[in-house]
Design a protein around this ligand. Sequence first.
Ligand SMILES: Cc1cc2nc3c(=O)[nH]c(=O)nc-3n(C[C@H](O)[C@H](O)[C@H](O)COP(=O)(O)OP(=O)(O)OC[C@H]3O[C@@H](n4cnc5c(N)ncnc54)[C@H](O)[C@@H]3O)c2cc1C
Length: 386
Amino acid sequence: MSAETDLLHIDDQLTDSERLIRDTVRSFTADQVLPNVGDWFEAGMLPRSVLTEMGKLGLFGMHLTGYGCAGVGPIAYGVACRELEAADSGLRSAASVQGSLAMFPIWKYGSDEQKEQWLPLMASGAAIGCFGLTEPDHGSDPASMRTRAVKDGPDWVLNGTKMWITNGSIADIAVVWATTDSGIRGFLVPRGTRGFTARDIHKKMSLRASITSELVLDSVRLPASAVLPGVTGLRGPLSCLTEARFGIAWGVTGAARTCLENAVAYAISRTQFGKPIAGFHLTQQKLAWMSVSLYQAQLLALHLGRLKSAGTLTPVQVSAGKMANARTAIDIARTSRTILAANGVTLEYPVIRHANNLEAVITYEGTEEIHALALGQALTGISAYR
Ligand SMILES: Cc1cc2nc3c(=O)[nH]c(=O)nc-3n(C[C@H](O)[C@H](O)[C@H](O)COP(=O)(O)OP(=O)(O)OC[C@H]3O[C@@H](n4cnc5c(N)ncnc54)[C@H](O)[C@@H]3O)c2cc1C
């Protein structure tokens, strides 16, 4: 945050190496993303070369150890997510999917061969991964998925459809979750496998600088070595989502910060009724509440980072962070948009892009309602899912 808006100096809590990561990602986005991201959003694309650069910077799987991963702590990972999302939620989504949803299951549950084959390539950005859990008819309730894997001799044969899959059509390797006779299992499906196709979803009005695809598995035959050996059941994909949601709790504070900074700068420079709109009480009240909400979100993210560093972070704590911070961020984006008024609806400013992106962010990786149910159950001991 700039000196004008970071009144609490929360980044003073960061270590020198965390600040170095912050500054490195900021300078990458300033040079290679911000000049173009409005055009990418308008065109509905994210160049593959950006992912290559992110890999070169060590941003993929950076919180994992070994296999070419950077092995940084949770707060450093969170700071990187924040700075990527300060540019665009699509960029942070790409890093979240690659590191937490595609690399993490291989790192945590994969065989030695799977790890050695995929993790170094994915850490460097030479290979891209995706995570296929959601289906056309099963989003919040993945346990009801229809994608099925059956044994045929030593092989597995998969049939089903996965929907809304980030990076699906550009992925070299898809981590696909399917039901089997023994429960949900994860499968590594390389691009080009016979019967496996990916088709992009168009007409999206959110996360436009991000690729979203449908995956079709039509009698896809995989060797026994394609299954992730280390996990059975829904806890496999849910553990990956907990990793990724931690990054979202941090990331959205970046999007919110960008919106607030733009709102402050615009309010100071825009004159109506003979004075800057920043001089009106109503505008200052909006700015004051947005800044305080942002500080609260930043402190919550930092607290989660400290819990994760201590090894005590629980899924429900991550739900609290994802739910609260995504809501705070979208509220800040929408209020900032009102300060920019008509200019707030054009891509000449980043605010409407962030506001639109955050519509997907409050939905994916567990909707706001699903996280509320997780918290409600933790608070009351009563499950209200059904
Ligand atoms: C841009 C984008 C990228 C995505 N990337 C991925 C990806 O890479 N991989 C992947 O697997 N998925 C991905 N998703 C899918 C995302 O995780 C799902 O959209 C999300 O889980 C919600 O599922 P749904 O859209 O089917 O909504 P539904 O589950 O149909 O929910 C519809 C509404 O009902 C509410 N609801 C559902 N159940 C309950 C309940 N018990 N009580 C109260 N309310 C309830 C929901 O909160 C929501 O408001 C992505 C989605 C988007 C938009």
